[in-house]
Design a protein around this ligand. Sequence first.
Ligand code: IMP
Ligand code: MG
Length: 175
Amino acid sequence: MGQRIVTMISEEEIKKRVAELGAEIARDYGNKNLVLVCVLKGSFVFTADLARSIDANMRIEFLGVRSYGEGTASSGVVQITQDLSRPIEGEDVLIVEDIVDTGLTIAHLLDLFRTRRPNSIKVCALLHKPARTRIQVPIDYLGFTIEDKFVVGYGLDWSEKYRNLPAISVVESGE
Ligand code: IMP
Ligand code: MG
């Protein structure tokens, strides 16, 4: 039983889109107190590339989340495994997510962060799977809309595997 990794979005396409997002974000934030929040683990590759494509001052924070319920379905119950290192009060927060699937994780994070009184809070997601939406969340900056397939690579995993693949890919099981 083998697995075939099929590229859905190539390195080149990702690179081009990340550069466009970075330019847009730099334009929008100008001299604001930008805080990029990298949602671990899936966003670590995207955040590293995105941060380097934004020509503006920023600080970068890491948030560890675990969504209860294993496998490929999100239960919507989000546990914070590692919190931000500093308060975000009065700052302009941009949450950086690998993928918005059901929307439950982002909805929870927006609720949580709003209680900390940032000046503004927005969402940047590399991928969005609208077919699986359970709760509508605002995505202020979006890389790509994709069909309802489980994707890996560029930080995204399948049981902790494949995060290091350079392209966004689909795992197909063959015989
Ligand atoms: P949501 O709460 O359902 O929107 O999903 C949030 C998290 O589920 C994402 O941040 C990913 O970590 C994970 N996830 C959802 N879809 C995929 C996928 O296709 N591949 C890998 N991880 C996924
Ligand atoms: Mg994630």
